[in-house]
Design a protein around this ligand. Structure first.
Ligand code: TYC
Length: 119
């Protein structure tokens, strides 16, 4: 025969709870999509006046290419009208463009350089 537990009137009544106390908030799982930062290609444009040697020197100096690679890029620009010198984050690409344009201006050449978002 089951005997009833005696109630002690001096103790507060405790309501049974779920293990977490029953008042927790359940968050829905969301897939976190963190996109990689947008990258920018720095391209130089051909013109009829800037000396080839100057373009090669600029590509070597500001895009860390050896003479052979810089010459290949310069020739591509010369033949196709445009060529990519490097790919960077937005701020670095903008700085490269400024450096090239400043050097060209100082030397009195019309060399043009642009930064373009890729993909
Ligand atoms: N076309 C130029 C010349 O014949 C050479 C040149 C190459 C100029 C690349 C600009 O971005 C350039 N002297």
């Amino acid at each position: 025969m089951a005997t009833k537990k005696p109630v002690n009137p001096t103790l507060p009544t405790v309501t049974p709870r779920t293990p977490d106390g029953g008042d927790s908030v359940v968050l829905e799982r969301r897939s976190q999509k963190i996109e990689p930062p947008q990258m920018y290609q720095v391209a130089m444009l051909n013109d009829d006046y800037t000396p080839m040697e100057f373009v090669v020197m600029v590509i070597q100096e500001f895009f860390s290419k050896d003479r052979e690679a810089a010459t290949q890029i310069m020739l591509k620009i010369h033949l196709d009208g445009k060529g990519v010198c490097g790919v960077y984050s937005r701020d670095v690409a903008a700085t490269k463009v400024d450096q090239v344009l400043d050097a060209a201006k100082q030397a009195g050449h019309p060399l043009q350089c642009v930064s373009e978002p890729i993909e």
